[in-house]
Design a protein around this ligand. Structure first.
Ligand code: SF4
Length: 239
């Protein structure tokens, strides 16, 4: 039963392994070449990902949530978009290295549109590569491509932020088991949304929300979930 559960949890990996087995049986030569290519990327990931995970953990531990919200959050406006564009454009390394960083930024309050800008500029506007592009394809080609790509990135960020909401992203689900509902007073702006949505659990005191009934992460209710998602400053969480 354990093996079935493991396969269900790792469907994509199971499909890839199955494809390799079929290829090995039907065309062993192609399977050999394919394993060689895959190993190249696995080795590359082994070299890069530990550094990315350490970097992500350091940013997570040292950079306060407030700073991330100010820099990349919903209210960061054009400044946040430019900052995100610069972060993505001056980054180094393959795109998959950006995913754990973006997940951490989302969890700390960055907006969807800024995450799109970081990922897209990371993928296609690498500043160190622009000189190479101009050398091989000419400055006019590079300039036009850069302008059109940049415009498209901002348009994509705007459209995606309308169509995709944070609640649609499982990666930013709050951690659960064994944690207790908390309001971080320093981020609460006293808007009252949480009290409106879950009056049995939240109250307003001296202009800040507080918890009436302590609740365990595993006993969470729909109202509390809604309050967590709707809080404009991400002040409510399970800790
Ligand atoms: S929704 Fe968030 S900011 Fe508004 S009162 Fe509740 S905790 Fe404070």
């Amino acid at each position: 039963m354990n093996i079935v559960r493991t396969i269900r949890k790792n469907k994509l990996l199971a499909i890839v392994i199955l494809a390799y087995i079929i290829l090995l049986i039907t065309s062993p030569q192609k399977a050999k070449g394919s394993v060689g290519n895959s190993m190249y990327y696995v080795i590359e990931m082994i070299q890069i990902m530990p550094v990315i995970f350490i970097l992500t953990s350091l940013i997570e531990a040292w950079v306060p949530r407030e700073t991330i919200i100010k820099g990349f959050g919903e209210g960061s406006g054009i400044r946040g978009s430019i900052l995100s564009f610069l972060l993505g454009s001056f980054s180094a390394g393959p795109l998959y290295a950006a995913f754990p960083i973006c997940k951490m930024l989302l969890q700390k309050g960055a907006s969807i549109s800024n995450i799109i800008i970081i990922l897209s500029s990371w993928a296609v506007v690498k500043v160190p590569m622009l000189a190479n592009e101009a050398k091989f394809l000419g400055p006019k080609f590079m300039g036009m491509r850069w302008i059109l790509t940049t415009v498209s990135i901002f348009a994509m960020a705007y459209i995606t932020s309308i169509m995709v909401k944070k609640k649609d992203i499982p990666a930013i689900e709050k951690k659960r088991d064994g944690e207790t509902l908390t309001v971080q007073k320093e981020y609460c702006i006293g808007c009252g949304i949480c009290i409106e949505l879950a009056p049995e659990y939240f109250e307003l005191k001296n202009g800040k929300a507080g918890i009436i009934e302590t609740m365990d992460a595993i006993k969470t209710s729909e109202e509390v979930d809604k309050a967590i998602k709707k809080c404009p400053t991400n002040a409510i969480e399970f800790r």
